[in-house]
Design a protein around this ligand. Structure first.
Ligand code: F0G
Length: 442
């Protein structure tokens, strides 16, 4: 089997275009509401497939679903205040509530469906941890194909590694980082005819569009002013741009929100190219030589991505071009935030309920920065995407809150995090009723 993800001539990633004029397109987003009462149908129950007429590449019988996309948009007054918004202006989209605990399930249900359509026997991905957890859960539940996942050595958070192992995926720890692992898996997939499930796979992005449909659904189909999302391999931001471009072209929304993509400062390729070097989509003709020079300098200087938000520790984002297109369509901006800002924001998200892993909190840290710069107005309606569950990476959380300086220094201090302003430290107390009461009354 030969499944291409990029153009053999120019190397650019493939993209999915529908012939909408030949397809039954809804007249209004409200039409999807009729599916809410049909929860016994797994396709209507799924938060991805109830929108299947907007990603119409599969027949119903081929769809692989495990009930993904039961996620919620929640107004968060406490986090809103931290970011600097007026009351009621900040919303958090909790994608950690997916079956494998991250937004990746939105895309993996679509890639698994396509893998089934083409009769794939083996599927593979490289991952900083969430993609592999997601692919592994779909493979183990559907039992349609075997799975091999490539992870970089040393960097993967244990919550995520444990999922790949527990779901019985063949797991290769490549001696290198994520960028190395992705390069290798693309080669191996090409050599061995293995179905590739990284976000180079355009069907992944089709599924991830539905995160935006659910945001609109929760806002009573009103378009917010801003979508703020962490950027790693840039699949999500690319998918969001495609979702809004299509909805606008189909007349299902009347305007497109602005998009803010947030890099970690230690993995800031998009920020460097977009904000510092002015690279733009330019109708698909973006300045190739600036991009090439940037990457060849990176190689020459042996610059490696480094952030404790390990999910987005990526220096060579494969969806760069598609993300530039999304930024163009959504009048986008890119910002970088430090690990300190990420962990402080993460503690605020946790204190506001649900919680998230470090990479996800980059969205909140980025929104705070954009608010401080005046790019986001206090009266705007802002949706931050919380991409992964808090329990994915408990080490960073415990180190931040513990008040144990050794642990803090070992886990965070060496990565430039010096304070834990919002730490909620555990209190050590003697095993004695009186002492415990004394502590409680302090
Ligand atoms: N947030 C989390 C929790 C992630 O796991 C990722 C990516 C991102 C944000 C960035 O999203 O790549 O679409 O820009 N994780 C990938 C993985 C790379 O292998 O799990 P993106």
């Amino acid at each position: 089997m030969d499944v291409l993800t990029s153009c053999p001539d120019c190397g650019s990633l493939l993209d999915i275009e529908y012939e909408w004029d030949k397809l039954p397109v809804p007249k209004s987003m409200r039409e999807f509401e009729s599916r809410w009462s049909n929860r016994r149908d797994p396709l209507d129950f799924s938060g991805v497939w109830r929108f299947r007429s907007l990603l119409p590449f599969a027949a119903d019988k081929d769809i692989v679903t495990i009930g993904e996309g039961q996620t919620i948009l929640q107004q968060s007054p406490a986090v809103g205040k931290y970011v600097g918004m007026n009351a009621g202006g900040l919303f958090l989209q909790y994608e950690g509530l997916n079956p494998s605990g991250s937004f990746k399930d939105n895309g993996m249900t679509a890639a698994s469906t396509h893998a089934r359509m083409v009769g794939a026997k083996v599927a593979a991905c490289a991952s900083t941890g969430n993609t592999s957890a997601s692919l592994a859960i779909y493979a183990s539940t559907a039992q349609l194909f075997r799975v091999v996942v490539f992870v970089g050595s040393g960097k993967i958070a244990y919550g995520k590694l444990s999922q790949a192992l527990d779901y019985n995926a063949k797991t290769l720890q490549v001696l290198g980082d994520f960028d190395d692992a992705l390069e290798r898996v693309r080669e191996v997939a090409g050599e061995r005819g293995i179905y590739l499930c990284n976000s180079v796979n355009p069907f992944r992005l089709e599924g991830q569009k539905t995160i935006m449909y659910r945001v609109l659904e929760s806002l009573n189909w009103q378009v917010p002013d801003w979508i703020v999302v962490p950027g790693g391999n840039l699949g999500n931001s690319s998918a969001f741009g495609k979702a809004f471009t299509e909805l606008k072209a189909l007349g299902l929304i009347d305007r497109i929100p602005r998009l803010a993509v947030i890099n970690a400062a230690g993995a800031n390729t998009l920020y460097q190219l977009y904000e510092e070097r002015g690279v733009r989509w330019d109708g698909g003709m973006s300045d190739h030589s600036t991009v090439e020079t940037f990457f060849s300098d990176m190689d020459r200087e042996n610059r490696k991505a480094s952030t404790l938000a390990s999910a987005i520790e990526i220096n060579r984002p494969v969806n760069l071009k598609k993300c530039l297109r999304a930024l163009d369509a959504c009048d986008g901006v890119v910002r970088q935030v430090t690990d300190q800002e990420i962990l402080d924001a993460k503690a605020q998200v946790g204190a506001g309920g649900f919680g998230c892993e470090p990479a996800s909190a980059a969205s909140v840290a980025g929104a705070k920065r954009l608010r401080a710069e005046g790019v986001i107005a206090p009266s705007d309606r802002v949706v931050c995407i919380l991409t992964g569950h808090q329990l994915k990476d408990p080490d960073a959380t415990v180190a931040y809150h513990s008040g144990n300086t050794d642990l803090f220094e070992e886990k965070l201090g060496m990565r430039g995090v010096k304070t834990a302003e919002y730490a909620n430290s555990p209190i050590v107390v003697e095993n004695n009723l009186q002492k415990i009461i004394e502590v409680l009354e302090r």
